[in-house]
Design a binder for this molecule. Structure first.
Ligand SMILES: O=c1ccn([C@@H]2O[C@H](COP(=O)(O)OP(=O)(O)O[C@H]3O[C@H](CO)[C@@H](O)[C@H](O)[C@H]3O)[C@@H](O)[C@H]2O)c(=O)[nH]1
Ligand SMILES: O=C(O)[C@H](O)COP(=O)(O)O
Length: 481
């Protein structure tokens, strides 16, 4: 270890845990003979205390950047990656960088970017970091030019890392990342009506939009109007309101738009009736013979056509997708208290931790509780539907069991501003979801849970996936205490 410090003269570099055989070289002394085939070489202009980021494409050298950082004692890492046009190259990034990073660091944040070039990326992010790490380019002669190019836009410390010359077999096991990359869409991807109509015609499936409502007179009219606009564009065949016995003007208002309106206790009354959103969704299957059923909540104040065509777009364009779930930004103003906060409280405090602990294969879903979903009828008919707010989790779990994760997707629909419940209402909702999860036999205390909490963020068509490890450490008093 000390040998490295003496060799480089970079006295400030942290003491290396040198199992990874890292060799540090000062840019000022760089010669081709410094690069040793069987070791990792980090060429640097010095260690600076402060935030560290790596700009990585993938492959042996990108992988070696991770080893250098881990050997230098870095525990939390931010990785920037310019999205590749070739899917095979994205695979290389996922397997050579993302998967090992999760094993090496306590927390990892991966940001997918669409900047036009590395220089543009560095200009955008550089000021936030004291050190930037890069994988080395192919040939030795390209290392200095890369260094000069970075330095033009960046004042901090630069380190370029070259891996050993072996062929590395990458870990390709991280399905979640791959799924997030390939099954997360933006409504904007489907915004050409004529093109989408062409896909729908080719698919040749009947599509019903079902609008569940319980006392939504303030917002339901606008939701119906917007759904009808998308119907007029030829992307939806039916718009139907399924009401849960509202006591306000919701039903009359809906009828004034000329759409079919059902009150759910009156649908197939011989089956009995229960209160709850799940019951309204269950009964929906009896009022349409459509092949694809899509539900959109009627309390959304910020509704736009994107909610409808965005949700359906992936299913129209890829027949292998059997289930589509919306996700959105969620600013919240709680009506009773007027308090403004970050939304998705049940999601963040119950659903996401539960999913990560007990069903990590679903951890890529940004809004697992979102009620704006679309599904093929034949998948739905094979499911058990809980009548209450457990319905979204129950549907998600079952569709993944039935059709597989890759038959599901998520779509960014925009921003949801809706009537938000107070903490008591959310507690009741959380209880219902917990009951359903427990009854479905997940996380019932078999002693196994996953120790990584993942969170996927998406903003302006760029992704960030954060994972943080929490080890459960039990301490016991010994006999002599
Ligand atoms: O018995 C009911 C209760 C609600 N709704 C309607 O269902 C939608 C969503 O209900 P809401 O009470 O506003 O749910 P949120 O508090 O927003 O809960 C979120 O999380 C729930 C649990 O995952 C999902 O079911 C919701 O769709 C999702 O918006 C609204 O259009 C309601 O009018 C009914 O049709 N019947
Ligand atoms: O999805 C959720 O977590 C619940 O619907 C609560 O959402 P809110 O915190 O945005 O009201």
């Amino acid at each position: 270890m000390d040998k490295d410090r003496v060799e480089t003269g970079l006295a400030s570099w942290p003491l290396l845990d040198n199992k990874a055989a890292v060799h540090i070289v000062d840019f000022a002394n760089l010669q081709e003979s410094c690069i040793q085939k069987n070791r990792i070489t980090a060429i640097t202009d010095g260690w600076h205390e402060g935030a560290v980021a790596a700009v990585l494409r993938g492959g042996v050298n990108a992988r070696a950047v991770l080893d250098v950082l881990a050997a230098s004692g870095v525990r939390h890492i931010k990785i920037f990656h310019l999205e590749e046009r070739l899917p095979q190259l994205e695979e290389v990034f996922l397997s050579s960088v993302v998967a090992p990073a999760n094993a090496l660091f306590d927390s990892v944040s991966v940001m997918w970017r669409r900047d036009a070039s590395v220089s543009e990326l560095i200009r955008a992010i550089g000021s936030e970091y004291a050190m930037l790490f890069f994988g080395a380019p192919l040939a030795f002669s390209e290392i200095q030019p890369l260094y000069q190019a970075v330095k033009e836009h960046y004042a901090g410390s630069v380190t370029i890392v070259r891996g050993p010359d072996d062929t590395v077999h990458f870990d390709e096991s991280d399905e979640i990342y791959r799924w997030v990359r390939q099954r997360t869409f933006d409504a904007g991807d489907f915004s050409l009506p004529a093109v989408l109509r062409g896909y729908k015609q080719k698919l040749n499936k009947k599509v019903a939009v079902l609008l569940p409502s319980l006392n939504e007179e303030r917002t339901v009219g606008n939701v119906i109007k917007t759904a009808l606009e998308v119907k007029a564009a030829g992307l939806i065949d039916e718009v139907i309101l399924v009401d849960s016995a509202s006591t306000d003007n919701t039903v009359a208002l809906a009828k004034s738009y000329g759409i079919p309106v059902y009150v759910h206790p009156e649908i197939r009354p011989e089956l009995g009736s229960y209160r709850g959103k799940g019951e309204a969704m269950f009964k929906s299957a009896f009022v349409t013979d459509a092949d694809i059923l899509a539900w959109v909540d009627t309390d959304i104040e910020s509704i736009t056509p994107r909610f409808f065509y965005g949700l359906l777009g992936p299913m129209f364009t890829n027949p292998a997708i059997r289930f589509s779930k919306g996700y959105f930004a969620r600013p919240v103003k709680v009506e009773t208290s007027g308090i403004e906060l970050g939304g998705g409280r049940v999601t963040e405090i119950l659903a996401r931790p539960w999913i990560n602990a007990f069903m990590p294969h679903l951890s890529g879903f940004i809004q697992p509780l979102a009620g704006t979903v679309a599904i093929y009828r034949d998948e739905l008919l094979n499911m058990r539907i809980p009548v209450n707010y457990g319905v979204e989790m129950a549907m998600l779990l079952q569709v993944v069991e039935q059709a597989g994760l890759w038959a599901t997707c998520q779509v960014n629909l925009g921003t949801v501003v809706h009537r938000s419940k107070d903490v008591v209402g959310l507690s009741e909702m959380a209880f219902q979801i917990l009951q359903v999860l427990a009854e479905m036999g997940r996380g019932s205390g078999d002693g196994h849970s996953c120790n990584t909490l993942r969170r996927v963020y998406s903003a302006q068509r760029q992704f960030e996936i954060g994972s943080k490890r929490f080890d459960v450490i039990w301490r016991e008093y010994g006999e002599n205490d």
